[in-house]
Write a protein that binds this ligand. Structure first.
Ligand SMILES: C[S@@+](CC[C@H](N)C(=O)[O-])C[C@H]1O[C@@H](n2cnc3c(N)ncnc32)[C@H](O)[C@@H]1O
Length: 392
């Protein structure tokens, strides 16, 4: 492909990403993968170059751009080489007109920037939300240990957290035989540290209430050394069904239970007041994960945040009833706005005087309004709010 044709390809993909953001359609990752699937003639170098352009344009535009071309023109304003690609050649973009719309630059929509600032995140913290994430692995201690794993990997890896290894951005670790053998999971170091905050121990009865595809469940199984009972629940069948093959590869023993929304408590009647520890990795806007999905910020609205807050209160209320007296409840969101963290924690303790917040000190991060905060800027992890409560 010519360099100009790559730019036009990126514009075409961006048009799809923008339409999907407006209509709550598929993620940029999936749309780009589908675009390439339909054009198998596009070679790997071209793919990489096109993807880089698409994601650079997504990162550059704080608000949803008018079009893919407007987003690319935003990038071209600061990049003369890119601007020169708008040359009207056969597969390239038409030349730039003086009166053309250029997308607005910036890190995020103004209302989100205000919510971040009110949550104690300054401009540098906000900008870092859109950086490139390294690739973190968690050594699966059911099968190996970090040092043994590191010695087998084809690239040098840096220790991070208790069982993590950090690899360069873009490493394709899931194609390695060590992955197929279940020796590691790909998991952000922040996510690993959030799991450690539950303090799950061998022999305990533990519930991962919002397990999704089980990223955190597998870390809990390893901490429990496959002893005791570990139950993973979710209301999303496709997500939860991805857990079983992952658990098998990891050699992790996990029960799963698909819940019907609104009937969660009845479907968990046998667990009421029984759990030593319950992890609630609540549904949220994911503002802490924009390094991986920067277009997610185009999908948010104050109304969407309010809906997430309601869901967080609901899952916390249902999960709290599963905790035995003296047991632990861990509230996690991968969002950095207080509406989806510290405010939710305060509202929960007001509704549930039978629970007390336990002070947390984790290996990285800092305390924040009764809980703990990890952020890309401060910790080079995804952003998280983590709070631990104990049932009195
Ligand atoms: C942040 S994701 C969980 C990610 C997962 N723990 C991981 O580490 O990969 C939140 C999950 O909560 C689930 N969820 C939403 N409402 C729920 C409910 N009422 N009961 C149980 N799970 C729920 C969603 O389906 C979603 O999978």
């Amino acid at each position: 492909m010519t360099p100009a044709a790559r730019v036009q390809a990126a514009i075409d993909i961006l048009d799809g990403v923008i339409a999907a953001a407006r209509g709550q359609g598929a993620s940029a990752d999936r749309l780009a993968a589908e675009w390439f699937r339909q054009r198998r003639f596009v070679g790997s170098k071209d793919r990489r170059a096109i993807r880089d352009l698409v994601w650079a344009a997504i990162r550059a535009c704080g608000e949803v751009p008018q079009s893919g071309r407007a987003a690319m023109l935003r990038l071209a304003q600061d990049d003369a080489e890119l601007a020169a690609r708008f040359d009207g050649s056969t597969y390239g973009p038409a030349p730039i007109r003086a009166d053309e719309a250029v997308a607005q630059g910036g890190a995020m929509p103004a209302w989100l920037a205000s919510a971040m600032a009110a949550s104690g995140l300054d401009g540098a913290e906000q900008a870092a939300l859109l950086g490139r994430a390294p690739l973190d692995l968690r050594a699966n201690t059911l099968k190996t240990d970090r040092e043994t794993l590191a010695a087998r990997l084809p690239v040098p890896a840096m220790p991070v957290g208790a069982h993590g290894l950090r690899l360069p951005v873009g490493t394709a670790a899931e194609s390695w035989p060590e992955f197929a053998e279940g020796l590691f999971e790909v998991q952000d170091a922040g996510s690993q540290i959030a799991c450690e905050a539950l303090g799950a121990r061998p022999g305990e009865s533990v519930v991962d209430f919002c397990a999704g595809a089980g990223g955190k469940t597998l870390a809990l199984a390893a901490a429990m050394r496959n002893t005791g009972r570990l139950l993973a629940c979710d209301i999303d069948r496709p997500r939860l069904s991805r857990l079983a093959p992952r658990a098998e590869r990891a050699g992790a023993l996990v029960e799963t239970r698909l819940l019907n929304p609104g009937q969660e408590a009845a479907m968990l009647a046998d667990w009421q007041g029984q759990a030593d520890a319950v992890l609630v990795d609540a549904p949220c806007s994911g503002t802490g994960t924009w390094r991986r999905n920067p277009e997610a910020r185009w999908r948010l609205s104050p109304a969407a945040i309010a809906r997430y807050q309601q869901m967080q209160a609901h899952v916390l209320d249902v999960a709290a009833a599963l905790v035995r007296p003296g047991g632990r409840l861990l509230f996690i969101t991968c969002s950095l706005i207080d509406a989806e963290g510290a405010d939710g924690l305060a509202a929960f303790t007001a509704r549930h005087p039978g629970f007390a917040v336990e002070p947390l000190t984790l290996s990285i991060g800092r305390s924040h309004r009764g809980g703990w905060r990890l952020s890309p800027y401060h910790d080079d992890t995804d952003g998280f709010f983590i709070a631990r409560l104990v049932r009195l």
